[in-house]
Design a protein around this ligand. Structure first.
Ligand code: DGY
Length: 320
């Protein structure tokens, strides 16, 4: 039987040797993702594709080849037309679970940095503006004892809640359904409709997937409902927040600040007005970027890929 052919859309931190024993592997080594037309050509000659969230895997691309498996190195898969893959009986793998803690940790890094104005303070100091200890220099709100609103209460939302308990916070969450009372009790959380959560939270953090249902879930109306001292954190997907509304909310002081690891188009365009705001922290989608986590994600993506090449069910499969 001919050796399986695989294309990997970026260098991975682990797992290649194992894969090379069973397949001929081509790796895209540039820093930027392969352009769509390159991917379209590649897909015609391969059995397995290992991709990232920056690769558009749409129906046109899926029907162009004879893929046995698509394996994404991420938990989210909004860049992949899963319905089109399912129609062609192509299993789609992803990497849930292994990035939960790293992403929850980073959510807290952003929350604390935004609240206590860490990035602004660093810019201030480097600009030579630190003249003395001042009673009202770079003030921010208390984190301890504040109300945290978690929008989306899956693995990552719950891990964020677990960390919030150490800060004696009141924790509200909203989600497509209310969790069992035992889980709510063990995490010390209270279910709230989105409207109430927005009105009562000092910090609002987003942990929903990027789907049609969550597209622009945060728009002018939601910012209107938030407290003027509130801070928004987004480590989920950029599409959940309407960028124009976010700009208006931050520029007008409708909310106090935001910290986002994800933006509507990634990378954020250099001329985005969001980049002019001092009360916004933006990081380049690095929520899961701990060395250990990325290693686990790569290994999991390879395991899914290899299972698909062998015609086995994927350990972590997205298709219904
Ligand atoms: C994911 O896995 O979906 C994150 O956004 C990147 O790690």
């Amino acid at each position: 039987m001919a050796q399986a052919k695989v294309f990997i859309t970026r260098r991975l931190p682990a797992g290649l040797e194992q894969l090379q024993q069973v397949a001929s592997v081509e790796v895209w080594t540039e820093r930027k993702p392969p352009p769509y037309d390159v991917l379209l050509e590649k897909v015609k000659a391969i059995d397995g594709l290992l991709c990232l969230l920056s690769d558009r895997i749409d129906e046109q691309l899926i029907v162009a080849g004879n893929l046995k498996v698509i394996s994404q190195m991420a938990v989210g898969y909004d860049n992949i037309d899963v319905a089109a893959a399912t129609k062609r009986r192509i299993p789609v793998g992803h990497t849930p679970g292994v990035l939960t803690d790293a992403t929850a940790d980073f959510t807290w890094a952003l929350l604390m940095a935004a609240a206590r104005r860490v990035v602004e303070a660093d810019r201030f100091t480097r600009a030579g503006l630190w003249q003395s200890w001042e009673p009202d220099l770079l003030l921010g709100p208390n984190i301890t004892g504040a109300t945290l609103g978690i929008v989306g209460f899956g693995r990552i939302g719950q891990a964020v809640a677990r960390r919030a308990r150490g800060f004696d916070m009141r924790i509200l969450y909203t989600s497509t359904y209310q969790w069992e009372p035992e889980l709510e009790k063990s995490l010390g959380v209270e279910f709230a409709p989105l409207e109430k959560l927005l009105q009562e939270s000092d910090f609002v953090t987003l942990h929903t997937p990027g789907t049609d249902d969550t597209y622009h879930l945060f728009s002018d109306r939601q910012f209107d409902l938030m407290k003027s001292e509130a801070i928004l954190i987004n480590t989920a997907r950029g599409t959940v927040v309407d960028s124009d509304s976010l700009y208006r909310a931050l520029a007008s002081g409708k909310i106090a600040a935001a910290a986002v690891d994800v933006t509507e188009s990634e990378p954020i365009p250099h001329d985005s007005p969001l980049l002019t705001l001092d009360n916004l922290i933006i990081t380049p989608h690095i929520g899961s970027a701990s060395r250990q986590t990325r290693l686990k994600m790569a290994k999991m993506a390879i395991a899914n890929l290899m299972a698909g090449l062998r015609g086995h069910s994927l350990p972590y499969c997205v298709n219904p």
